[in-house]
Design a protein around this ligand. Structure first.
Ligand SMILES: NC(=O)c1ccc[n+]([C@@H]2O[C@H](COP(=O)([O-])OP(=O)(O)OC[C@H]3O[C@@H](n4cnc5c(N)ncnc54)[C@H](O)[C@@H]3O)[C@@H](O)[C@H]2O)c1
Ligand SMILES: O=c1ccn([C@@H]2O[C@H](COP(=O)(O)OP(=O)(O)O[C@H]3O[C@H](CO)[C@@H](O)[C@H](O)[C@H]3O)[C@@H](O)[C@H]2O)c(=O)[nH]1
Length: 444
């Protein structure tokens, strides 16, 4: 099939490339000329494992091309996907201005019947708004559909080529048949529904996953006080198939471009119909506080942070991405700076993006994890990049001035910590800070 993807961000680029990989002919269009220039030069504007190779092979097969010319792109295809951003407005609602712009642009460029599919995460009712907006601006026939995207950054290619399910919301029978045909090679789990339910499935899924994370983080906070180990608790819970083991990793809370904005947006969607989503409000509140446990633990270990050298390992909101949108590291580093600490920051991939968002004379940007740790009094591990797991803690201690390790992602095990000189703080696990407890753990 001939497809157009509007927006070449994390969703549009990955989806467009994967549809090309399946044998479709795809044009990706973006308003940002620098992104299209990069793509046409064989470079990739985002870091996503496996993507660069797929782009190269599909461009070579002439299945995939990139343009800023929306007229050309819309004229070319029968199916137009909208994959532009829907960031938060200051009040938490989704900002639909990019969606409106894309819809208006599509309407003006239409040259015949089109299927217009929204992949962006949009509040319930948005596809109806898109339909109204387009019908006011074109005389051509068209149908709309909501096909929300569930990929995760860092595993976006595999999530797109082998999704758990595809949700197709449309009220038009012919459109449904075409979209099922397009997606049927990806999964047997194709859920067909009305548009409003499809829009809601996306928000409900993200809100539920966010709830799991805040839930386990609160269990972790209690574990710390009662001397239980949240990793064992999560394991024991996860074997119950009704609960499942996924998304029960305690840590410093969720970040990224989706959970924070989509939970806030769903609270607003509910509010607009006079419903107070109390549970989700608490999920957000718990999450907003969880990241500051890093600061509390640092202060417990070091006292006032003024003048201290603190290494921060990991700036991306999760490993295997360069995305720093709503990364917990942003709030944590700002708090460290506000308290007069010197920050030595390192991330293997996301450092340049982070630095563009937050730079400060008291931040030293390190070339590697060791340079960040050099002469520091504490290391705070905020993103579980695999290279951090390989660090020998005794070698790490040797380059540091003092030996505090705040492990925000439970990367290190007691056996590594016990044989090191670190005062070690993790999330929801027994305190290994004091010697008596260390000996007790070591003895069994
Ligand atoms: N990032 C994810 O992991 C993810 C996963 C599932 C769903 N989503 C949802 O998908 C949508 C896109 O997210 P993203 O992370 O890919 O966003 P993004 O910010 O990375 O990319 C959006 C792109 O759209 C382009 N754009 C905006 N308006 C345009 C227009 N009128 N014409 C052409 N291009 C235009 C921008 O220049 C940008 O390159 C959002 O609604 C998001 O909530 C994101
Ligand atoms: O057990 C867990 C799992 C995740 N996280 C954190 O949760 C955030 C989000 O992680 P993840 O869901 O893996 O990444 P995203 O790329 O944000 O993907 C989410 O958001 C996307 C955008 O809507 C959806 O498409 C995906 O299905 C949904 O998983 C990150 O900060 C993780 O560190 C935890 O703290 N504990």
């Amino acid at each position: 099939m001939k497809l157009t993807m509007i927006g070449t961000g994390y969703v549009g680029l990955v989806s467009g490339v994967c549809f090309a990989e399946l044998g479709n002919e795809v044009i990706c269009v973006d308003a940002a000329a620098h992104k299209i220039d990069m793509l046409n030069a064989g470079e990739v504007p985002i870091y996503e494992p496996g993507l660069k190779e797929l782009i190269a092979s599909n461009r070579a097969k002439e299945q995939l091309s990139f343009t800023t010319d929306l007229n050309e792109a819309v004229g070319y295809a029968d199916i137009i996907f909208i994959a532009v951003g829907t960031p938060s407005l200051p009040n938490g609602e989704a900002n639909l201005s990019y969606i409106e712009q894309a819809a208006a642009d599509i309407a003006r460029a239409m040259n015949g019947h089109k299927i217009i599919v929204t992949k962006s995460t949009v509040p319930v009712g948005t596809n109806e708004m898109i339909r109204d907006l387009i019908s006011r601006n074109t005389s051509h026939s068209f149908a709309v559909a909501s096909v929300p995207e569930f990929l995760r950054e860092g595993t976006a290619v595999q999530d797109t080529l082998a999704p758990d399910r595809v949700v197709i919301g449309t009220e038009d029978g012919e459109t449904l048949r075409t979209l099922v045909e397009l997606h049927k090679r990806l999964t047997h789990h194709i859920i067909t529904t009305d548009i409003r339910s499809a829009e809601m499935i996306k928000y409900a899924s993200n809100a539920f996953l966010a709830t799991k994370i805040s839930f386990i983080n609160e269990i972790a906070n209690i574990c710390e006080k009662v001397g239980a180990d949240v990793t064992r608790v999560a394991e024991g819970m996860g074997y119950d198939r009704r609960i499942g083991s996924a998304f029960l990793k305690a840590g410093i809370g969720y970040g990224g471009s989706c959970f924070p904005k989509d939970t806030e947006a769903l609270i607003q969607i509910a509010g607009h119909v006079d419903y107070e989503f109390k549970l989700l409000k608490s999920v957000v509140e718990v999450n907003n506080d969880q990241r500051f446990n890093v600061i509390r633990k640092l202060k417990e270990a070091l006292g006032p942070l003024e003048g201290r050298n603190i290494a921060v390992w990991g700036l991306a909101f999760k490993p295997d991405t360069d995305d720093v949108r709503d990364a917990p590291a942003m709030d944590i580093i700002q708090s460290l700076l506000a308290q007069g600490a010197h920050v030595r920051a390192y991330d293997p991939i996301a450092q340049a993006n982070f630095r563009r968002e937050l730079d400060h004379p008291s931040i030293t940007w390190a070339e590697d994890a060791w340079e960040a740790a050099q002469d520091s009094e504490a290391v705070c591990l905020l993103t579980e990049w695999s290279e951090f797991r390989l660090v020998d803690l005794n070698e790490l201690a040797a380059v540091m001035k003092d030996h505090v390790l705040i492990d925000g992602r439970n990367v290190f095990g007691p056996e590594q910590v016990l044989l090191s000189p670190f005062r070690y703080y993790s999330v929801g696990r027994p305190d290994l800070t004091h010697l008596e407890q260390r000996i007790a753990v070591r003895n069994g």
